[in-house]
Ligand binder design. Sequence first.
Ligand code: FAD
Length: 465
Amino acid sequence: MSAILWLCRDFRFDDNAALAAALADGPVLPVFVLDAATRAQGSASRWRLGRALAAFDAAWRARTGEHITVLEGEAAELLPDLATRLGARRIHQNDWPAPAQQQVQAALRHVLGEGPVRLHLHPGHLLVHPSRIRTGTGGSYKVYTPFARAVRQAGADRPLPAPGRLTALPAGGDLRAGGLNLAPDMFRGAAVLAGHALPAGEAAALDRLDDFFDRARDYPAHRDRPDIDATSGLSEHLAFGEISPRRIWATARLRAEVEPALEAGAGKFLAELLWREFAWHLLLAFPQMPEAPWRPEWAAFPWAGENAAATAWTRAGTGIALVDAGLREMRVTGRMHNRVRMVVASWLTKHLLTDWRIGLRHFEDSLTDWDPAANAMNWQWVAGCGPDASPFFRIFNPEKQAETFDPQGRYRHYWLQGEGALAYAATLPAAWNSPAGWVEADSAPLLADGRARALAALATFNRGT
Ligand code: FAD
């Protein structure tokens, strides 16, 4: 017998339950299906997916001598025939519980029906299987702190070792992963991102994790500083499953045990990883989270829709140094520091009173670490409409944030005047550079009275609800 390993967001050998199960069935064919849901993803994320596939293809080839297979179309139409041709009885996938993927899985299950071929989903995208983390009444958690406590008490599931021996089926079809350019239509051109890309793939992810422990001691003090390389930079790898959260958890616990000086840093780092876990817990409970406010009364908040100031925001032209620096960083590299993401999002939703979904979609199109759960939870958190959100009246003053977290102005200087500014200028389409196309808001009045304006909007809204 043979088996199909249906790749999704699990481009790794380590802690890969679907791969282990497929190998137990016989020779394995890893298949990625480039479907409509994937094509609808944001451009930076699609571009990064192409790199994840290429890196996994190279690693698979190095171990087995074979390519992975990439098919274009819908899994429900392609995989049943493929399984029949190969004589495979099982299609294994590591579950990526994003709503779009769940629909794709359901469509495949429907076609497979009661026939001989079965789809098996395996856990590994999260620390703990969601069914194990329930409140006393059997519901899902809505507040981070008790949720995090429950996960710590349950204990993260143990990671599986990478398989020792691989037996692979020869790749079929013409589309080889190495040559895929999944985002040729990207607005900024994949070349820009490529010039600033971090290494992709499992080996790079494991190196990055290892490397992080050289800096972990300072993580609690420096993690909010965009001018210091203090965080792990693992989010991109996590988004594509090049490393599993269970491996990160186990490694951090072990390192802290061996080196007690790392304990505080590792603890804070794992608390952040639990925010990722919480985001997925919320998305599973409320799949509409990317589109609808968690708290339904917020559907009536009078957010502004598309507007000129919001367009200036998407083009990094707000005139607010820290906000524009962050948006430039994202445009050029596909990344943005977490503290700056919060400031940028606060400016859009509070000072500009603009609908958080406009920002969410811009991030979705621009981030190489785009994650449907983390992006939606954080946007709702900043906008104040999420379940355990920062209250709307907590409005960041971007200048104070800049003084505190970029005290020497290094981060802002890099993106507004330094090399980063040049890289950003190179991404600008001609239309933006024309007098009609360039938008830069005059933000001085907003800095002065934006907070009061936002609070007044909140007061009116509260009176009406
Ligand atoms: P580290 O500080 O090293 O943290 C380790 C890991 O913990 C991260 O890799 C990430 O998986 C997780 N984590 C850390 N902070 C958060 C958080 N606030 N929420 C959820 N998980 C967290 N993260 C994404 O991965 N994808 C997104 O699409 C995304 N969108 C965001 C949108 C907004 C408006 C905001 C404010 C935050 C968003 N984040 C998102 C969360 C956070 O900014 C990134 O996870 C973090 O910057 C990644 O850098 P790092 O890996 O160096 O983090």
